[in-house]
Design a protein around this ligand. Structure first.
Ligand SMILES: NC(=O)c1ccc[n+]([C@@H]2O[C@H](COP(=O)([O-])OP(=O)(O)OC[C@H]3O[C@@H](n4cnc5c(N)ncnc54)[C@H](O)[C@@H]3O)[C@@H](O)[C@H]2O)c1
Length: 424
């Protein structure tokens, strides 16, 4: 795991200067937003798009012919997942030299968005983070300021320019920190610096993700790759929702918990342009990610690892809900058996119990064999409804104090391993 460094005073300012973290959006008044039925923040600007999502469900608008694979319950594309008919829509890879100017856009500055942003920024790449919540952007800025310098030092790289904004227009049409001319207008050159990759890291809601991706698709240049970081929703499902016109630019890129976890799973929307996989995997490797590509033509709900992790989570939650064992015992057994650093309870606290519950809900609806209704009800009643969400809120399946003790133990165990190895 990459060492995280907490910086204070002048050190923090130095890294801030180094990383050039700026927040043009924070000085502006935030957009008014409301809470949707699903408890998800929706900006005023998105309301029409969300309504449209529910209204436009004309299957003739969907580019790929969606079918179900005999091996999974997920839709797959009849043409091998590469194109619509015999003429795949054109996609031209962004010019390599432009990638030092054109940012990676991360949409959603929450638990995972800020971490994905950190790794992309760690090799001199510019990154823009867009979120409707100024608080989320403030906390993401703090996280990146505290960690980017140390992470780059560990990897021998230098940090890129990170901007945050609450303005979708700034996020999609320029480098995120628009260059102005003497008259105060955004320069023409600035409009050639739009993002080449947009990664949505929004709450786990199909209509929300689809509506935002449709807005991004319309606002971003035609070579910009659109990626979803959903843990349980496939981009084929998003394409089938309706408002997306260019599913050939869309794919799943499922990150784990960077920067510690570097693996990323890539899976087609059923229509993703084949050249996107090699281009994006190459760029990912350059900044230190390790991509795994689900073969073209295969659709797998949960991609690769989450199908395995889903079974582990379901049984862990069921064991806890039935009172069979406590989180400490479950994790101790797991750590001992797999020689793992952490057990499933500590991992779920890290992910966020609200995110775990949303993913469980999706599994319950789409793959009932991968979820347990009783365990989900137990998780909601005892944790989500009382605001005990794991690391993000303090206490979770473990209290914050218990987690600190576990961290200390992991550290001691690692130290012991080194001693045993060096003495052998
Ligand atoms: N947490 C994890 O470990 C993890 C790992 C892999 C994938 N994921 C996936 O990543 C996604 C995000 O998960 P998370 O845990 O970071 O969620 P989160 O709730 O921590 O963050 C979501 C962010 O989206 C912002 N947001 C909400 N509506 C928005 C809108 N309309 N426009 C812009 N921003 C908006 C929120 O303000 C919040 O900052 C989910 O799909 C999840 O399945 C999570």
């Amino acid at each position: 795991m990459a060492k995280t460094t907490r910086l204070i005073g002048s050190q923090r300012q130095a890294v801030r200067n180094l990383a050039q973290v700026r927040n043009p959006g924070l000085s502006r008044p935030s957009r008014p937003f409301g809470i949707s039925r699903t408890g998800i923040l929706i900006s005023e600007g998105l309301r029409p798009a969300l309504q449209q999502t529910h209204l436009i469900l004309d299957p003739s608008r969907h580019s790929p012919a969606i079918q179900y694979s005999p091996f999974t319950s997920s839709p797959c594309c009849s043409d091998g997942g590469t194109s619509k008919g015999s003429h795949p829509p054109k996609w031209q890879a962004p010019v390599e030299e432009s990638l030092n100017q054109r940012p990676v856009l991360v949409v959603g500055a929450g638990n995972i968005g800020r971490r994905v942003a950190l790794v992309w920024a760690s090799h001199g790449r510019p990154v823009t983070i867009y979120d409707i919540s100024p608080d989320a952007l403030r906390s993401a800025t703090e996280y990146i300021t505290d960690n980017l310098g140390g992470y780059c030092t560990d990897r021998g790289s230098h940090p890129g320019h990170v901007c945050t904004t609450t303005e979708l227009r700034t996020a999609t049409t320029t480098s995120g920190h628009p260059e102005h001319n003497a008259a105060g207008a955004v320069t023409a050159q600035e409009y050639t610096r739009a993002p080449w990759l947009a990664i949505e890291c929004l709450p786990e809601s199909l209509p929300l993700k689809t509506a935002v991706l449709a807005l991004l698709e319309r606002s971003l240049p035609s070579d910009c790759i659109l990626a979803s970081n959903s843990s349980s929703l496939t981009t084929a499902e998003m394409a089938a929702e309706g408002p997306l016109n260019h599913p050939h630019r869309l794919l799943n890129t499922h990150y784990f918990i960077p920067p510690r976890n570097r693996m990323v799973e890539l899976m087609s929307s059923g229509a993703t342009h084949p050249a996107i996989f090699s281009f994006l995997a190459g760029q990912m490797r350059r900044v230190g990610f390790a991509p795994v590509i689900v073969p073209s033509g295969i659709q797998s709900r949960g991609f690769v690892f989450n199908r395995i992790w889903a079974a582990c989570k379901r049984e862990t939650l069921a064991v806890l809900a039935e009172g069979v064992a406590r989180p400490g015992d479950v994790d101790a057994l797991f750590r001992d058996f797999f020689h793992a650093e952490k057990g499933p309870c500590e991992r779920m606290d890290e992910v966020g119990l609200d995110t775990v519950a949303r993913v469980e809900q999706h599994d319950l609806e789409r793959r009932p064999e991968l979820a347990s209704e009783a365990a989900l009800a137990w998780l909601r009643k005892n944790y989500i409804e009382v605001g005990t969400l794991g690391e993000k809120s303090g206490d979770g399946l473990f209290t914050a104090e218990e987690r600190d003790r576990l961290r200390e133990r992991h550290h001691l165990d690692r130290y012991k391993d080194v001693e045993e190895t060096s003495g052998a």
